[in-house]
Design a protein. Structure first.
Lengths: 610, 123, 160
């Protein structure tokens, strides 16, 4: 039944779209706005149906059989709807149309909506051709479903993919708006402002999605890492970097009427980058934890979509490139620093892109397989982002147009931060930490000085400082965690060793081992105490054995100590001995806090417009 | 023009110090070294982060070699010889396109800044 | 501004491409080690505590890594038994295993190996083992073929 309904809605939408493009729909519905609304709403339905099918475990759908289990909690049943490749592409379609509907309330320009609809239709065709989740199978009473991959059974996984997708697809609005503006050479301020709001909304979701994904990896994968330069993380970082650049350059376009073509062209590439990301993940071209498509047709179809979008983009680039030199401004002005920021961000995106596709390139052209990982990205990001962060401290204080006044504080701030940097190097003997101190201290100092003097500025001023400050906190926390974490492998033996002395004079004591049964899994957990003389911290890492696959996952247990965290997983568990992996992550909570601040700051700046 | 010269005086030493500082930071601890070795059976994790038999064995073997006085650099060479370049998350520096990109990008940024002073001001 | 950027950029690209091609030759070599680790001939056999006699092995032999905790090893076990019957010399290397479990495993399923060495991981490391089961086909001390994962009938058809 649902299979039938789902397929029919997909085809109805295709037919309506064709009618709409050939203007035949006008004969039935005279208003274009209402016909657009109709098509958008019809395109929303298939995904809703799929979610419904998952929630009632309708095993007449092949997709439900493959990705859901009858005894899964309802929460995870719904999650399974986007746990599979087919479902996630359908979610993609759903979100494109959702953005279309919302954008329709703000702006009824027909051409822009035609473009949105066109892209949505490309993806609907993709669903029809190679990944239809509504494939029917004969219902069978013995079928209980194969189950969702246990490592995806986590409440963060329920919100992480949709949030990230909202971020990716939110970029469709800047894309279509800039395409419209470039084609019609209509550079109205109103459209630029709309573009800014939508790219901020997308940035909000994108940042949120990346952080959630990172937090999921931290709390689920069980080795205490929160960012591991996995190809999938990289390709979510590329649109993020480009979008950050876009938000900054749009300020210039709106405030001082410059860098217009620059922003528009950048707006095109943000969306291309997010589609390209999806392509890389879904085509399985790059081996990664996240990829689950293996059908070559899927990759091929996506590459056609990308090639088409890219061809359109390049055509628009070539058209506008001759006018690039129209901008002019002074070296010491807000504009030039925002341009500098743009170049840094675009270059970082380029570096991430090169690092991600280089293994592919190397395997095809050089015939050697290499792995590009943290050492490379650390090198590149230290090189590129360190100067950027330094600029971030001073640039927001520079005036638009021309900056006349000399800032007498700068030399003092630099000298002061160098001093602190040297002191921190002397105590920590760690180059990376000292560098991060050097680049962030000016930001903190400057923030204090500026906020003291400008107490009653508007919200946008605060949201900007909050965003920049949280980046500063993030960098300090990230570097500190990575440089000063330590790990211990504790091996407890029954009867003989219940207590182990830790490196920092604390004691780890094992209490009891529990064995519990839950709805779709069995949990074996170990109670561990960390005792430092007065206070004790309790941890209970566990191993879960999932039905029906019998797959075993290690569940992490953490306990906080102000900003730091103990992080424990079971490495081995046998009848007579228990191995526990204990990681101490200093300042990890500051890192998460700073990301929350970052997301909140952009939320502020979006909300204040309303 | 005067402006641009003084900019050079600041930027070029900064660039040289910056690049050399960043490139000469080395791994000198075993646990940091483990993070640069890829676990070949577990898609994208390093041997520090995974608990497969492969990673455990590699950690043990490297630990053994290290405590018998072999340097991390030599161990790395041997590992690459046995398992191929794929084993290391830190590709050899002769992948010029890869390692060169950030440097070239940085240099382009500074050329861009220099040009911006001259050309953007003209109008 | 565009004009002035063009030259250095093109120059750099040409430089990069030429250097790349220069290094291409050095990166293109096959990195995997072809010869068999000498450790195999330095480790005594588990059952009779003697070193492997290279002369009785002949030109062609197989090195098979296995462990009692490894389920896919059981899948290829019958094929190994079959090959033993046909006179193929197989050196079994027991990878990181408990001695009791290993003995029990051999007693239960049979011993297809000419020699059995017990390895704490050192031989595996030297030979570049990725995971058990893994099989090396060796001719004149050079690895001709390496199969990661369990053997299938097609892999060993010509030795049966």
């Amino acid at each position: 039944m649902i299979s039938y309904l789902g397929n029919s809605f997909i085809y109805i939408s295709l037919v309506l779209t064709i009618l709409f493009y050939t203007n035949l729909l006008k004969k039935v519905i005279p208003s274009t706005t209402s016909s657009l609304k109709l098509i958008y709403f019809i395109n929303l339905i298939p995904f809703v149906l799929l979610v419904y099918a998952f929630s009632i475990s309708d095993f007449t759908l092949l997709n439900v059989v493959e990705n859901s289990y009858v005894d899964d909690p309802i929460f995870y049943k719904v999650t399974s709807a986007w746990g599979s490749h087919e479902g996630s592409i359908l979610l993609w379609v759903f979100l494109i149309n959702l953005f279309g509907v919302f954008f329709l309330y703000k702006n009824q320009t027909l051409e822009i909506h035609k473009n949105i609809l066109f892209i949505s239709t490309l993806f609907i065709l993709y669903v029809v051709v190679s990944s239809n989740p509504f494939t029917y199978v004969e219902a069978n009473e013995n079928v209980l479903g194969l189950g969702l991959n246990p490592i995806l059974q986590h409440f963060l996984f329920v919100i992480h993919p949709p949030t990230l997708f909202l971020g990716y697809i939110g970029l469709i609005i800047p894309f279509v708006v800039s395409a419209h503006m470039l084609v019609n050479k209509n550079f109205s301020e109103k459209l630029f402002k709309e573009m800014l709001i939508w790219s901020k909304i997308s940035w909000f979701f994108l940042t949120g999605g990346i952080v959630l994904g990172s937090y999921w990896a931290y709390s689920e994968l069980g080795w205490g890492g929160w960012w591991f330069w996995d190809p999938v993380e990289n390709i979510s970082l590329i649109p993020w970097l480009l979008n950050t650049a876009l938000i900054h350059s749009l300020q210039v376009s709106i405030k001082s009427n410059q860098l217009k073509l620059w922003s528009l062209n950048l707006g095109l590439y943000c969306f291309i980058a997010s589609v390209f990301g999806t392509f890389l993940v879904r085509s399985n071209l790059i081996v990664s934890v996240h990829s689950f498509a293996t059908d070559p047709l899927r990759g091929l179809f996506l590459i056609i979509i990308i090639a088409y979008l890219l061809a359109m983009t390049v055509r628009l680039n070539i058209k506008s490139i001759s006018n690039f030199n129209e901008d002019s401004f002074n070296l010491l002005s807000r504009e030039s620093f925002l341009l500098l920021n743009n170049i840094f961000f675009i270059c970082s995106a380029l570096v991430v892109f090169i690092g991600t596709v280089y293994p592919l390139f190397s395997e095809m052209i050089l015939k050697t397989s290499v792995s590009v990982g943290a050492p490379y990205y650390n090198f590149a990001f230290n090189l590129l982002l360190a100067p950027l962060i330094l600029f971030m401290a001073f640039a927001p204080q520079i005036n638009w147009g021309k900056h006349e006044k000399k800032d007498k504080q700068i030399p003092f701030i630099i000298i002061f931060s160098l001093l602190i940097c040297l002191v921190s190097y002397y105590f920590s003997k760690n180059f990376y930490f000292a560098l991060s101190v050097f680049i962030t201290v000016p930001l903190f100092l400057k923030s204090i000085l500026v906020l003291k003097n400008n107490f009653k500025k508007n919200i946008s001023f605060y949201s900007q400082w909050l965003a920049h400050l949280s980046i500063g906190f993030f960098i300090i926390a990230a570097v500190y965690t990575e440089q000063f974490d330590y790990e211990e492998n504790l091996l407890f033996e029954k009867e003989s060793t219940n207590e182990i002395k830790l490196q920092n004079n604390k004691t780890a004591i094992i209490k009891n081992i529990k064995d519990e049964k839950f709805q779709n899994y069995q949990r074996i957990s170990v109670d561990l105490l960390i005792y430092d003389g007065q206070k004790e911290k309790e941890l209970s890492p566990s191993k879960n054995i999932y039905q029906p696959s019998g797959q075993v996952t290690s569940e992490v247990s953490t306990t906080n100590k102000l900003f730091s965290q103990y992080y424990a997983t079971i490495s081995t568990i046998e009848s007579n001995k228990v191995g526990i992996n204990l990681v101490y992550k200093p300042f990890i909570n500051l890192l998460w806090l700073s990301t929350i601040m970052l997301v909140f700051s952009i939320f502020l700046s979006v909300v204040k417009k309303r | 023009m005067k402006m641009s010269k003084s900019i050079y005086r600041v930027i070029i030493p900064f660039l040289i110090i910056h690049i050399s500082l960043v490139s000469f930071a080395e791994v000198n601890e075993l646990s940091d070294y483990y993070k640069t070795i890829r676990c070949l059976v577990c898609e994208g994790q390093s041997i520090q982060e995974s608990d497969t038999e492969f990673s455990i064995n590699l950690r043990e073997q490297i630990q053994k070699k290290y405590s018998s006085g072999i340097s991390i650099e030599e161990i790395n060479q041997e590992l690459i010889k046995i398992y191929g370049e794929e084993i290391s998350f830190n590709p050899p520096k002769n992948h010029i396109l890869l390692w060169g990109t950030p440097l070239i990008v940085l240099i382009i940024i500074f050329i861009f800044i220099r040009n911006k002073i001259k050309f953007f001001k003209r109008v | 501004m565009k004009r002035h950027l063009l030259l250095p950029v093109v120059g750099l690209i040409v430089l990069v491409v030429s250097v790349l091609f220069y290094f291409n030759q050095s990166t293109n070599k096959n990195n995997s080690r072809d010869d068999v680790s000498n450790l195999i001939f330095e480790t005594p056999d588990f059952y009779n505590n003697k070193l492997i006699n290279e002369n009785t092995l002949g030109e062609f032999y197989i090195v098979n890594f296995f462990a009692s905790w490894c389920k896919p090893c059981l899948a290829e076990h019958p094929l190994l038994m079959e090959m033993k019957k046909k006179g193929v010399k197989i050196i079994g290397i027991n990878f990181r295993d408990d001695e009791e479990n290993f003995k029990e495993w051999i007693n239960e399923h049979g011993n297809p190996f000419e020699y059995v060495l017990r390895d704490d991981g050192t031989i595996a490391y030297e030979m570049g083992l990725i995971g058990v089961p893994e099989t090396f086909f060796i001719v004149n001390k050079i690895t001709q073929k390496k199969i990661q994962g369990p053997l299938f009938y097609e892999d060993v058809e010509k030795y049966l």
